[in-house]
Design a protein around this ligand. Structure first.
Ligand code: XMP
Ligand code: MG
Length: 203
């Protein structure tokens, strides 16, 4: 069943954390993020500056936990892209909400993203960056990789730093939302289907 819009605003149905089982606990997330940061520190040892581009909104928590373990000078930038609307399936279209960025020519750039699913968002964004700037190095750090959900229509690209591979389920918490909710949870959980709200044909 495809759920693309929220039509039922019953708060108990939209937001019921009592039924959520952590998929990754806060401790597991933090331990893995520290290990990712150690890999990133090793890869960029000696660089004069690393430009981090965090993709909002989902990556806000991951970015803030990751960067506090990085030991090179970091310039932290944010863009905002949207592809999910209010539902649990990608709309198949990336909506650039805010792409304001400084000059990235000759910079070492690390994109920080919460989750890769079809690959559309990161494909779009890397293409966009490369078309505008002569970047020195461009790499990706992604906390959650829904590997089996990758679209055949999108050219394959490597993810340089991955936190965890995850099942093809809709996840919430630790920055990830459903209908704008759940982002504040310190853990990641699978959202049960009966906690989502079906779309109506008018939306
Ligand atoms: P694509 O398909 O473009 O998806 O690789 C990446 C973007 O979609 C969002 N996304 C999710 N958000 N739970 C969420 O809350 C999920 O399970 C999920 N899967 C994908 C996310 O914003 C990411 O930037
Ligand atoms: Mg996102």
């Amino acid at each position: 069943m495809t759920m693309t819009a929220i039509t039922d605003t019953d708060p108990a149905k939209l937001y019921n954390i009592d039924t959520l089982e952590p998929y990754f606990t806060e401790g597991q997330l933090q331990e893995r993020i520290q290990a990712m940061a150690a890999d990133i520190n090793k890869r960029y040892a000696g660089v004069d500056r690393l430009v981090i581009i965090s993709i909002l909104k989902g990556s806000f928590m991951f970015t803030s936990d990751l960067v506090r373990h990085l030991d090179m000078p970091c310039q932290i930038e944010f863009v905002r892209l949207a592809s999910y609307g209010a539902g649990t399936k990608s709309t198949g279209e990336v909506k650039p909400v805010d792409l304001t960025l400084p000059d990235l020519n000759d910079k070492n750039v690390l994109i920080v993203e919460d989750i890769i699913d079809t690959g559309l968002t990161l494909h779009f964004f890397m293409h966009y960056l490369k078309s505008l700037h002569k970047i020195r190095t461009l790499r990706l750090a992604v906390l959650l990789d829904k590997k089996e959900a990758r679209s055949e229509e999108i050219p394959k690209f490597p993810v340089d730093f991955v936190g965890f591979e995850v099942a093809n389920e809709f996840l919430v918490g630790y920055g990830l939302d459903y209908a704008g909710l759940y982002r504040n949870l310190p853990y990641v959980a699978i959202l049960p289907e009966d906690q989502t709200v079906p779309a109506t044909p008018t939306q």
